[in-house]
Design a protein around this ligand. Structure first.
Ligand code: PCA
Length: 205
């Protein structure tokens, strides 16, 4: 089974994105039968999804698991749904890494309002919890780059009717980030890596 796992570069003034380190280490402990490919995506609206789709077309994966940081979350959260909206709230100071701050724009003006993942999110969460890894389903990937990427991925699979299981997993901040901001909820890199390995193993079932 060919699995593409993506991560994001740092954004919003941070120097670390824990997902970048996760894709660097995911290949170190091979999962039987899984051929893992990795890709680092830019935190830039639409470029994120264009690069993802280009890579999907060149490697032809059976499954795509995009990973991103959701600072402030306390557990590993596979996302149930992506929505057809790109929006940075007016009161937020965040922008993408090219300074873009879209407001009330569709990812695809012709696409449906929302798209569900075909990844086995419930099995993933249960398997992680069985191993003592904090995990829960998330019902919102937000309206920033991660949702943009997930929606574009699921929309691409929908339009071309592809047999690809695609989806998104948000990870909390790492302990390395919490060391710079002690009030930030965090998990260790090792715990998050074990979580990602469990996700891969769940896909193999
Ligand atoms: N998290 C952001 C963008 C990149 C990342 O890792 C998000 O949740 O949209």
């Amino acid at each position: 089974m060919r699995i593409l796992i993506t991560a994001f570069e740092p954004f919003g003034g941070d120097t670390i994105n824990p997902t970048q380190k996760l894709i660097g280490d995911i290949g170190k402990e091979p999962v039987q039968g899984a051929e893992i490919h990795t890709l680092l995506l830019p935190v830039v609206f639409d470029e994120c999804s264009a690069q993802l789709i280009q890579t999907i077309e060149s490697i032809g994966p059976d499954a795509v698991v995009c990973c991103g940081l959701a600072s402030g979350r306390t557990s590993i959260t596979p996302e149930q749904i992506a929505i057809n909206l790109k929006e940075v709230p007016k009161e937020s100071t965040v922008a993408d890494n090219n300074g873009n701050r879209p407001y009330n724009e569709a990812v695809n003006p012709e696409g449906p309002d929302g798209l569900f993942t075909r990844l086995p999110v419930r099995e993933m969460v249960e398997s992680m919890k069985e191993q003592g890894i904090p995990a829960s389903i998330s019902y919102s990937a937000g309206t920033f780059i991660c949702n943009n990427t997930m929606y574009a991925l699921l929309d691409y699979i929908r339009i071309h009717n592809l047999p690809i299981a695609g989806g998104f997993v948000h990870f909390p901040a790492s302990e390395e980030m919490a060391a710079l901001k002690p009030s930030l909820p965090s998990l260790s890199h090792d715990t998050m890596l074990k979580g990602l390995q469990t996700i891969v193993r769940t896909l193999m079932k």
